[in-house]
Design a protein around this ligand. Structure first.
Ligand code: AMP
Length: 282
């Protein structure tokens, strides 16, 4: 397995694969890999001749008061996990390699990025779209793998690829959870023992919401209230949002009549903002 720090070396490696007629799968990540990332990697290894993982904590997608500095990083550990899982190349650039002096081009979107996480993280998706575009241009992958855990991100990337006629298939992969239901996340490492013990309440609330819909409840406000009540019951949580939105437009719905995404973001104590979601086909 190769670890590339530069765009030049990465492009040369990919060009060599291409000249041999090999297909390429890309898994973009910010590193500190866990089983959620590994499920994307395993899916990519199954369906592509060569698999690349990018590991880059992208400063452009963090707001000024967010956790860019404290975001966990461990390239040696990540590299060992990638090697074990059949990855061919890790792209781990420095910030100056991705954003050299004078950098001033961005990819942005209206609509899909305004609600859910976009409300409290107004510059986040511009940063995500810009870096993912750069990665797509560097790798020209046949397929790129994203987790349904970041459902809004997945919707944004799919829309961007469609709108901008990008030549890559976007593959969404299911949420991987801890045994107690907490969605795996690099940010779970921020949780104190007390917060970690309380954190599964998020999935408990969401599961109740899902069951209400499956049992026939169609009033979004009622479902959101029930989910919120459960999440707030542990006392150390603060809700950023619990929303039920149209799966395609991500616009809030009052009555559930079509496929919807129910998503939430929750602050656990002082340390972490955690997200979760489920989709329902009606
Ligand atoms: P991140 O390193 O947090 O930017 O995540 C990189 C990719 O892994 C994104 O496409 C995430 O949606 C995906 N991912 C992160 N956590 C999980 C999880 N628990 N289950 C499935 N995919 C995940």
């Amino acid at each position: 397995m190769k670890i590339c720090k530069t765009i030049k070396e990465t492009k040369e490696t990919v060009a060599k694969w291409r000249s041999e007629g090999l297909s390429v799968g890309l898994v973009p990540t910010m590193g500190y890999l866990h089983e959620g990332h590994l499920s994307l990697i395993q899916n990519a290894v199954k369906n592509n001749d060569r698999v690349a993982v990018s590991i880059f904590v992208n400063p452009m997608q963090f707001g000024p008061d967010e956790d860019f500095d404290s975001y966990p990083r461990d390239l040696d550990r990540d590299a060992a996990l990638c090697e074990k899982n059949g990855v061919d190349l890790i792209f781990a650039p420095e910030i100056s390699e991705m954003y050299p002096e004078g950098f001033c081009s961005y990819v942005d979107m209206t609509g899909l990025t305004g609600g859910l996480c976009g409300k409290s993280r107004p510059i986040h998706f511009r940063g995500v779209q810009t870096v993912v575009n750069k990665l797509f241009n560097i790798f020209t992958p046949d397929r790129a793998y994203f987790g349904e855990k970041d459902a809004q991100q997945l919707a944004v990337i799919k829309r961007m690829v469609l709108d901008l006629n990008m030549n890559v298939s976007i593959v969404g992969c299911p949420i991987i959870r801890e045994a107690d239901g907490l969605a795996k996340s690099s940010r779970n490492s921020y949780l104190s023992p007390e917060e970690r013990a309380a954190a599964p309440i998020i999935n408990k609330g969401m599961s109740l919401g899902k069951k209400m819909i499956e049992d026939g409840e169609r009033n979004a406000e009622k479902i959101i209230k029930a989910i919120s009540d459960v999440i707030l019951s542990v006392g150390i949580t603060k809700i950023d949002y619990v929303s039920i939105v149209d799966s395609l437009t991500l616009e809030p719905v009052e009555t559930i009549e079509k496929d919807v995404l129910c998503a939430c973001a929750v602050y656990m104590g002082s340390s972490a903002r955690l997200i979760d979601n489920f989709s329902v086909t009606v």
